[in-house]
Design a protein around this ligand. Structure first.
Ligand code: PEP
Ligand code: MN
Length: 339
């Protein structure tokens, strides 16, 4: 739609789409609103919409991930998580432990990441673990502690939902619901996330292609939730010097194909504490909109992922260094051409 399109213009287009038997998706933007069409089995005539008031253009989308595609919406999507804008000019930092272990542990973590400049707090209350005998999270008790940490620090809370059964509970406490790598193709969970009013952080599957990743996001948008943040967290390769291989080239690849913001998780992406800072710097240099980093007050005592967790001091250094890279890049973008 043109920038000056009003609600009546938008609903006129939606009525036309629905009259044809299709579903209309109003995807708001900072400047312009895009309206996606799904439910059509073949091409829809652009002429159906071209002449309607304040329609800028009718575009035939060639990609299978229609709503996620930049063809549908050219402008970058900015997802607001508890008022924190993810996908804008400023890099966003999310830090916190892999798992919520106790009230004291999450409050201490929250204070530490906040002091370092993070705006979002992470921590899993429900954990998807490879072994059924590993620590599985403390469930609702953990969600309550996260809410308390938000109350005290003002940080927005990002926490994972591992199944449809507990999604309702997780979304009542979370500011952003994480769908983990192992669940990236859990289609019933993706559909449930699509019916949520909370933003979703969708992590890339352990061996998913870019197209599979974008199709997973499409499941969420197709159900009407357009607030999706993508997250690169490393994929499985033959390399065994790290836990996963952080595929930073997916950042610009996503940005050219999709309007959704993408952030990077250098913790799971490397699995090794000493690799987290350099890969975090590289992620920001590559254009990621933010980072999600595991931070624990005492990593050696963590109940999960301690070997890849930073202590508060290391996270403070990471935040400062990454902020410096981000500001340098932003200042260069502001320099007028020819100067
Ligand atoms: C996590 O964030 O702790 C987690 C389990 O992430 P992933 O799904 O990327 O492995
Ligand atoms: Mn973890």
């Amino acid at each position: 739609m043109k920038a000056q399109a009003g609600p009546e213009d938008i609903s006129r287009v939606c009525r036309r789409i629905e009259a044809l038997g299709f579903k209309a998706h109003i995807i708001p933007g900072e400047q312009r609103t895009a309206i996606g069409i799904t439910g059509n089995s073949g091409p829809v005539e652009a002429a159906e919409f071209d002449g309607l008031p304040n329609v800028a253009e009718a575009i035939r989308v060639s990609k299978p991930y229609k709503l996620v595609s930049r063809e549908t919406k050219r402008e970058n999507t900015i997802v607001s998580v508890n008022g924190v804008r993810v996908g804008g000019d400023r890099m966003v930092l999310c830090g916190g432990p892999c798992s919520v272990e106790s009230r004291a542990q999450i409050l201490e973590s929250a204070r530490a990441v906040r002091a370092a400049g993070a705006e979002l707090l992470r921590g899993g209350a429900y954990k998807p673990r490879t072994s059924p005998y590993s620590f599985q999270g403390i469930g609702e008790e953990g969600l309550r502690y996260l809410a308390e940490a938000r109350e005290e620090t003002g940080l927005g809370v990002v926490t994972e939902a591992i199944d449809v059964e507990t999604f309702d509970l997780v979304e009542t406490y979370a500011d952003c619901v994480q769908i983990g790598a192992r669940n990236m193709q859990n289609f019933s969970l993706l559909r449930r996330a699509g019916r949520s009013r909370k933003p979703i952080l969708l992590k890339r599957g352990i061996s998913s292609t870019l197209e599979e990743f974008l199709m997973a996001a499409e499941y969420i948008l197709a159900e009407g939730n357009y607030n999706v943040i993508l997250c690169e967290r490393g994929v499985r390769t033959f390399a065994d010097h790290t836990r996963n291989t952080l595929d930073l080239s997916v950042v610009p690849a996503v940005q050219s194909l999709s309007h959704l913001p993408i952030i990077v998780d250098p913790s799971h992406g490397t699995g090794k504490r000493d690799k987290v800072l350099p890969m975090a710097l590289a992620a920001i240099a590559a254009g990621a909109s933010g980072l999600i980093v595991e931070v624990h007050p005492a990593p050696e005592r963590a109940l999960s992922d301690g070997y890849q967790s930073l202590d508060p001091e290391q996270f403070t250094e990471l935040a400062q260094e990454c902020r410096a890279i981000s500001e340098l890049l932003a200042s260069r973008r502001r320099v007028p051409a020819g100067v």
